[in-house]
Design a protein around this ligand. Structure first.
Ligand SMILES: [Zn+2]
Ligand SMILES: [Zn+2]
Length: 352
C-alpha cells in the first residue's frame, strides 16, 4: 500500500493493516515481534532494524518512511532527536498509556471526506498547525461526538480509517468551524520558515532553528503573562499587542504540545504579531516598563539572540523589596484548583 502525499507514518501503518483486514496491533507484532509498539511514538522514527524489516515487507523505499516521520521537520527546526525526551518541541505529544492516548493527533473532517482513501497528514501532529490551509477550517483534536482523543491505533479490522474507535462515529461528519485568519497566517508563515530555511523577526532574518527558538521563547513569555495578570511583563507585552490583555491561561497548565488546538491557536496568533513587531519595538517596551533580566529570562539559561542582547542592557534583578513576609500555608487559588481538576480530567481522557 502506497504512502499518500504528506501521510503520517503511524497512521499509514494502521491503514495498511485495515486494508489487509487485520488489526493494527496484529500487523505491528508480525512486523516487529516482541516489540511493544503501542507504548512508543512511531512518528519519531524507528530503529534501522525495524525500518529494514518494513522496507522488506512493504516494498516501499526507506526515504518514503523517513519523509512520513517527524525526522525531516525535527531536524529543520532544531529539535534534538532523542527517544527518551517525553516532549519534542513543536510536535504534539500522544501521552500514551498502553494503547490509550491523551491526545496528539488532529484532523480536518473536510480533507478526510474528500480523500479517495481517508488518511492522516504529518502536519496534523505539528503543534503550530491549528487549521487546514486548504479548507480554511479549524482542525479538531477530539472526536466531534464523544470528545475522546483521535486514536487510529485502536481501530479494529472492520473499521474505516475515519472511524472514532471509541464511539464508532465517522470523523468526516464533524461540523466545520472557520479558521481565524491570524492563526492560519502564523501557520503558513511557520511552514514557510521550514521550507525556505529562514524567517524574519521584524526586519531581521533568522535561520529556521533560531526562528523557532524565538517563537518558543515568546510563547513561554505569553503563557507567563496569561498566568500572571498583574505582572509588568504582561503590561509590557500588552503595550505592543493589546489582545494580550485578553489572554487567559490554559485550563490545564500543561505543556504547549499537550494543549487543545483552540488554546494553541490563541497563543500562536499573539506570537505571530510579536514576531512581526520585531526586536526594536520589543526593546523600547521593555525599557519603558523597566523590566528586569530575570523577568525576561523566566529561568531560561539560553535566550534567542535578540532577546539576549536586550537582557544585557537592563538590570538583572528588581530593586530589593522587603522579604519580611511570613510564609503561611495559604488557601489554594481558584486557578490552582482548576489546573488540578483539568489535569485529573485529562487523566481520565475526557477533557475538554
Ligand atoms: Zn482540510
Ligand atoms: Zn467518538
Amino acid at each position: 500500500m502506497n504512502i499518500e502525499q504528506d501521510e503520517l507514518f503511524s497512521t499509514w501503518l494502521v491503514r495498511a493493516a485495515l486494508a489487509q483486514g487485520t488489526d493494527p496491533l496484529v500487523l505491528a507484532s508480525h512486523l516487529w515481534p516482541g516489540w511493544r509498539v503501542c507504548t512508543i511514538d512511531l512518528d519519531r522514527g524507528v530503529s534501522e532494524e525495524c525500518a529494514t524489516r518494513l522496507v522488506q515487507e512493504s516494498g516501499i523505499q526507506y526515504d518514503e518512511f523517513y519523509s512520513a516521520s517527524f525526522l525531516p521537520i525535527a531536524k529543520a527546526i532544531g529539535q534534538e532527536i532523542r527517544a527518551d525526551r517525553a516532549i519534542w518541541y513543536w510536535f504534539l505529544a500522544l501521552g500514551s498509556r498502553n494503547r490509550k492516548r491523551h491526545g496528539g493527533l488532529q484532523y480536518c473532517s473536510h480533507c478526510l471526506a474528500t480523500d479517495t482513501r481517508p488518511y492522516f497528514r504529518v502536519q496534523w501532529r505539528l503543534a503550530w498547525h491549528t487549521c487546514c490551509a486548504i479548507h480554511k477550517i479549524c482542525l479538531r483534536d477530539r472526536c466531534w461526538y464523544c470528545h475522546m482523543p483521535i486514536e487510529p491505533n485502536r481501530l479494529s479490522a472492520q473499521d474505516l480509517m475515519s472511524t472514532c474507535p471509541s464511539c464508532k462515529r465517522d470523523l468526516r461528519d464533524a461540523v466545520m468551524v472557520p479558521a481565524s485568519a491570524s492563526s492560519l497566517e502564523f501557520q503558513e508563515y511557520a511552514d514557510n520558515v521550514v521550507i525556505t530555511n529562514s524567517g524574519f523577526y521584524g526586519a531581521h532574518q533568522l535561520k529556521t532553528t533560531e526562528w523557532f527558538f524565538l517563537a518558543r521563547y515568546l510563547l513561554m513569555l505569553l503563557r507567563f503573562t496569561a498566568r500572571n495578570q498583574t505582572s509588568n511583563v504582561r503590561k509590557c507585552l500588552a503595550s505592543l499587542l493589546p489582545s494580550v490583555s485578553c489572554l487567559k491561561p490554559p485550563i490545564t497548565g500543561l505543556g504547549f504540545e499537550m494543549l487543545p488546538t483552540s488554546e494553541r491557536a490563541n497563543f500562536l496568533e499573539s506570537v505571530g504579531v510579536l514576531i512581526r513587531t520585531g526586536p526594536e519595538h520589543f526593546r523600547s517596551a521593555v525599557l519603558a516598563h523597566s523590566l528586569t533580566g530575570m523577568s525576561l529570562r523566566q529561568g531560561w539559561q539560553i535566550l534567542p539572540q535578540y532577546i539576549h542582547d536586550i537582557v544585557q542592557e537592563i538590570p538583572q534583578l528588581a530593586r530589593s523589596r522587603s522579604t519580611n513576609i511570613a510564609v503561611v500555608s495559604a488557601p489554594k487559588s481558584k486557578q490552582t484548583v482548576l489546573y488540578k481538576w483539568a489535569r485529573l480530567q485529562r487523566k481520565i481522557r475526557r477533557f475538554p
